[in-house]
Write a protein that binds this ligand. Structure first.
Ligand SMILES: [Zn+2]
Length: 391
């Protein structure tokens, strides 16, 4: 399988520090933790900082750059897309500010320019300048300053709910294709998550083989001999020079693929679409944990609790869930002891009716007691115990 990378670097800053190509799993882990965090994130603090920061436009005071720093921190905490590539923070901030300013001073280009010059973010940025941001901006009419981010969060949430979330049982029984169809029926016209992605395919030696290649590059004579050897082989394929045989033996050992696919995803929106599309195609399913309420990937349909340790807890939700389910059963009157007592009576009656010997009964009793203790300590499931007792 090819190694998959994501290029999240800014296209306008290819030589700067903010150009990032990451292994896919670094920004899209198997747990999809970053996606879930984004879906549930509260954007109101970011919005409050933005309102505060832009209040200078009407008051005529100088922009408070410490508030700009808070905005940057909020974005970095929102998704690692902004942490791995700081120019992405600058990009979204400036786009948002420009869109707000154009909407705020709709027919006054001079005012737009001075306003933008007083607030725009210059960190991690070589280019472009104020005019470039304003050119791209379409005036926002929303109450919200980070309106695009709000809309993005809401749209991805709706898509994830209809296509992946198995908490609702009527949705859970549909296949992946049927769920996508349902999504199209509900939202198709309003929001079709278009993903345009450019993929670069190339080859790269696996790490295990790189040292050898570097050695060859340093030894110019050896490298020339190899290239000559290749030329000779093409003329006379019956003979393989020793220096090539050596490389063939090296290649034989390799189990990793040299193929490398790099997807270009240069906005948070594209990254999220890329992630959710791949999840729907891989038939992944998720649920909200019955303890902490957060999304998690499920491998079986009957899982209800995640493996996270929720704030203020010492045990993961899955363990808390087991004992909680047991407590709920007790509340309904179904303790393991009550089940055991009932089964004890019916089994004891079998000795008198002659369908069970005393020895068989004693063996059954030992096993039933042992299993009962396992249920009480949460090792065995209550339903399994009940089924076993009925045998
Ligand atoms: Zn949980």
């Amino acid at each position: 399988m090819a190694a998959v990378y994501l290029n999240i670097g800014m296209s306008f800053d290819p030589m700067g520090e903010s150009y990032e190509i990451l292994p896919e799993e670094q920004i899209i882990p198997q747990t999809h933790e970053y996606l879930f965090h984004f879906l549930d994130a509260d954007l109101s603090r970011l919005e409050a900082y933005a309102k505060n920061y832009l209040s200078c436009l009407d008051s005529g005071e100088e922009a408070d750059k410490t508030v700009l720093q808070r905005i940057r921190e909020e974005l970095v905490a929102l998704h690692p897309f902004f942490r791995f590539c700081p120019a992405n923070v600058t990009d979204i901030i400036n786009r948002t500010l420009a869109s707000y300013i154009v909407g705020h001073f709709p027919s006054d280009p001079e005012r737009q320019k001075t306003a933008m010059a007083s607030v725009f973010d210059t960190k991690n940025l070589l280019l472009p300048d104020v005019a470039t941001w304003l050119e791209d901006a379409r005036g926002s009419e929303s109450e919200w300053i980070f309106a695009d981010l709000q809309v993005l969060q809401e749209r991805i949430r709706q898509w994830v709910f209809l296509a992946l979330d198995n908490t609702n049982l009527d949705l859970a029984h549909l296949t992946g294709a049927q769920r996508n169809a349902l999504y199209c029926l509900v939202y198709g016209d309003e929001y079709t998550p278009l993903l345009e992605s450019n993929v670069q395919k190339n080859m790269q030696l696996p790490y295990s083989a790189r040292a050898m290649r570097i050695g060859m590059d340093f030894d110019e004579d050896h490298k020339q001999a190899i290239l000559r050897g290749c030329g000779q082989m093409q003329k006379d394929p019956a003979v393989t020079p020793d220096c090539i045989l050596e490389l063939i033996r090296e290649a034989e050992k390799m189990t990793e693929s040299c193929e490398m696919h790099t997807y270009v995803v240069q906005s948070l929106e594209d990254l999220l679409k890329y992630e959710v599309y791949n999840m729907t195609q891989a038939e992944k399913r998720i649920k909200r944990c019955k303890n902490c309420g957060r999304y998690f990937v499920i491998d079986k349909s009957n899982v209800e609790y995640c493996d996270r340790i929720a704030a203020g807890e010492t045990k993961p939700c899955s363990e808390i869930g087991k004992s909680r389910t047991y407590e709920q059963k007790i509340a309904k009157g179904g303790t393991a002891m009550a089940l055991y007592r009932k089964a004890y009576k019916t089994h004891f009656a079998r000795i008198r009716s002659g369908t069970m010997t005393r020895e068989q009964f004693e063996a059954w009793k030992d096993e039933a007691t042992d299993k009962r203790q396992k249920v009480e300590s949460g090792i065995l499931d209550m339903d399994e115990y009940a089924t076993w007792l009925k045998k």
